[in-house]
Design a protein around this ligand. Structure first.
Ligand code: 5GP
Ligand code: ZN
Length: 118
Protein backbone atom coordinates (compact mmCIF):
# COMPACT_ATOMS: atom_id res chain seq x y z
CA UNK A 1 0.00 0.00 0.00
CA UNK A 2 1.60 3.29 -1.01
CA UNK A 3 0.53 6.33 0.94
CA UNK A 4 1.53 9.96 0.79
CA UNK A 5 2.20 11.79 4.06
CA UNK A 6 -0.38 14.44 4.91
CA UNK A 7 -2.80 13.26 2.19
CA UNK A 8 -6.31 13.44 3.64
CA UNK A 9 -7.66 10.64 1.43
CA UNK A 10 -4.72 8.35 2.28
CA UNK A 11 -5.65 8.94 5.92
CA UNK A 12 -9.29 8.04 5.20
CA UNK A 13 -8.18 4.88 3.36
CA UNK A 14 -6.00 3.96 6.35
CA UNK A 15 -8.89 4.72 8.77
CA UNK A 16 -6.73 7.32 10.48
CA UNK A 17 -9.48 9.87 10.08
CA UNK A 18 -13.18 8.98 9.99
CA UNK A 19 -15.42 8.89 6.96
CA UNK A 20 -18.85 7.45 6.28
CA UNK A 21 -17.87 4.38 4.30
CA UNK A 22 -20.28 3.16 1.62
CA UNK A 23 -18.23 0.36 0.04
CA UNK A 24 -14.77 -1.09 0.52
CA UNK A 25 -12.67 -3.90 -0.88
CA UNK A 26 -8.97 -4.71 -1.05
CA UNK A 27 -7.97 -1.83 -3.33
CA UNK A 28 -10.70 0.84 -3.30
CA UNK A 29 -12.95 2.60 -0.83
CA UNK A 30 -16.09 4.68 -1.33
CA UNK A 31 -17.23 7.22 1.24
CA UNK A 32 -19.58 10.15 1.60
CA UNK A 33 -18.29 13.58 0.56
CA UNK A 34 -17.91 15.80 3.63
CA UNK A 35 -19.50 18.75 1.80
CA UNK A 36 -22.22 17.26 -0.40
CA UNK A 37 -23.27 19.34 -3.41
CA UNK A 38 -26.38 17.27 -4.12
CA UNK A 39 -28.42 14.72 -2.11
CA UNK A 40 -26.12 11.86 -3.16
CA UNK A 41 -22.44 12.80 -3.21
CA UNK A 42 -20.11 9.86 -2.78
CA UNK A 43 -16.43 9.53 -3.64
CA UNK A 44 -14.56 6.45 -4.83
CA UNK A 45 -10.81 6.36 -4.32
CA UNK A 46 -8.02 3.85 -4.71
CA UNK A 47 -6.43 2.96 -1.39
CA UNK A 48 -3.02 3.53 -2.96
CA UNK A 49 -2.08 7.12 -3.56
CA UNK A 50 -2.18 8.55 -7.07
CA UNK A 51 -2.26 12.32 -7.47
CA UNK A 52 -4.90 12.18 -10.19
CA UNK A 53 -6.15 10.17 -13.15
CA UNK A 54 -3.14 11.61 -15.00
CA UNK A 55 -0.65 9.96 -12.59
CA UNK A 56 0.11 6.72 -14.48
CA UNK A 57 -2.61 4.77 -12.71
CA UNK A 58 -2.49 1.04 -13.55
CA UNK A 59 -5.28 0.16 -15.97
CA UNK A 60 -6.41 -2.70 -13.72
CA UNK A 61 -6.95 -0.24 -10.89
CA UNK A 62 -8.85 2.17 -13.14
CA UNK A 63 -11.02 -0.75 -14.23
CA UNK A 64 -11.63 -1.63 -10.60
CA UNK A 65 -12.66 1.92 -9.74
CA UNK A 66 -14.92 2.42 -12.75
CA UNK A 67 -16.48 -1.02 -12.61
CA UNK A 68 -17.64 -0.11 -9.11
CA UNK A 69 -19.29 3.16 -10.14
CA UNK A 70 -22.61 1.46 -10.90
CA UNK A 71 -22.24 -0.69 -7.79
CA UNK A 72 -21.85 2.35 -5.54
CA UNK A 73 -24.68 4.13 -7.40
CA UNK A 74 -26.86 1.11 -6.67
CA UNK A 75 -25.94 1.16 -2.98
CA UNK A 76 -26.86 4.85 -2.91
CA UNK A 77 -30.14 4.23 -4.73
CA UNK A 78 -29.44 6.25 -7.88
CA UNK A 79 -28.44 3.54 -10.32
CA UNK A 80 -31.88 3.54 -11.95
CA UNK A 81 -32.71 7.25 -11.66
CA UNK A 82 -29.36 8.32 -13.07
CA UNK A 83 -26.31 10.06 -11.70
CA UNK A 84 -23.22 11.94 -12.80
CA UNK A 85 -19.64 10.71 -12.55
CA UNK A 86 -16.97 13.42 -12.31
CA UNK A 87 -13.19 13.20 -12.13
CA UNK A 88 -11.64 16.62 -11.57
CA UNK A 89 -7.99 16.66 -12.60
CA UNK A 90 -5.38 19.29 -11.79
CA UNK A 91 -5.75 22.98 -11.11
CA UNK A 92 -7.75 23.98 -14.18
CA UNK A 93 -9.85 20.86 -13.74
CA UNK A 94 -10.90 22.08 -10.31
CA UNK A 95 -9.18 19.35 -8.32
CA UNK A 96 -8.73 20.38 -4.69
CA UNK A 97 -7.74 17.05 -3.10
CA UNK A 98 -4.77 15.62 -4.95
CA UNK A 99 -5.53 11.94 -4.43
CA UNK A 100 -7.43 10.42 -7.35
CA UNK A 101 -11.16 10.34 -6.66
CA UNK A 102 -14.34 9.80 -8.64
CA UNK A 103 -17.40 11.79 -7.64
CA UNK A 104 -20.82 10.15 -7.89
CA UNK A 105 -23.49 12.83 -7.86
CA UNK A 106 -27.22 12.22 -7.90
CA UNK A 107 -30.55 12.40 -6.18
CA UNK A 108 -31.57 15.50 -8.13
CA UNK A 109 -31.74 16.55 -11.78
CA UNK A 110 -28.33 18.05 -12.49
CA UNK A 111 -27.78 21.04 -14.78
CA UNK A 112 -25.70 20.52 -17.88
CA UNK A 113 -22.62 22.68 -17.52
CA UNK A 114 -19.39 21.87 -19.27
CA UNK A 115 -18.03 25.37 -19.92
CA UNK A 116 -15.49 27.58 -18.16
CA UNK A 117 -16.14 29.02 -14.71
CA UNK A 118 -17.70 32.47 -14.94
P1 5GP B 1 -12.26 17.84 -5.89
O1 5GP B 1 -12.62 19.29 -5.91
O2 5GP B 1 -10.79 17.64 -5.55
O3 5GP B 1 -12.68 17.10 -7.11
O4 5GP B 1 -13.13 17.20 -4.73
C1 5GP B 1 -12.67 16.99 -3.43
C2 5GP B 1 -13.87 16.62 -2.61
O5 5GP B 1 -13.42 16.09 -1.38
C3 5GP B 1 -14.77 17.81 -2.27
O6 5GP B 1 -16.08 17.55 -2.77
C4 5GP B 1 -14.73 17.89 -0.75
O7 5GP B 1 -15.97 18.22 -0.19
C5 5GP B 1 -14.28 16.50 -0.36
N1 5GP B 1 -13.50 16.45 0.86
C6 5GP B 1 -12.44 17.25 1.19
N2 5GP B 1 -11.93 16.90 2.38
C7 5GP B 1 -12.68 15.84 2.82
C8 5GP B 1 -12.63 15.04 4.00
O8 5GP B 1 -11.79 15.21 4.89
N3 5GP B 1 -13.55 14.04 4.11
C9 5GP B 1 -14.49 13.82 3.14
N4 5GP B 1 -15.35 12.82 3.36
N5 5GP B 1 -14.56 14.56 2.02
C10 5GP B 1 -13.67 15.56 1.86
ZN1 ZN C 1 -3.34 10.02 -0.94
Amino acid sequence: MSNKPDCIFCKIAAKEIPAEIVYEDDSIIAFEDANPQVPVHTLIIPKDHYDSIADNVPSELLAKIFSNVANVAKIKGVRESGFRTVVNTGDEGGQTVHHLHVHILGGAALPIHMGPAD
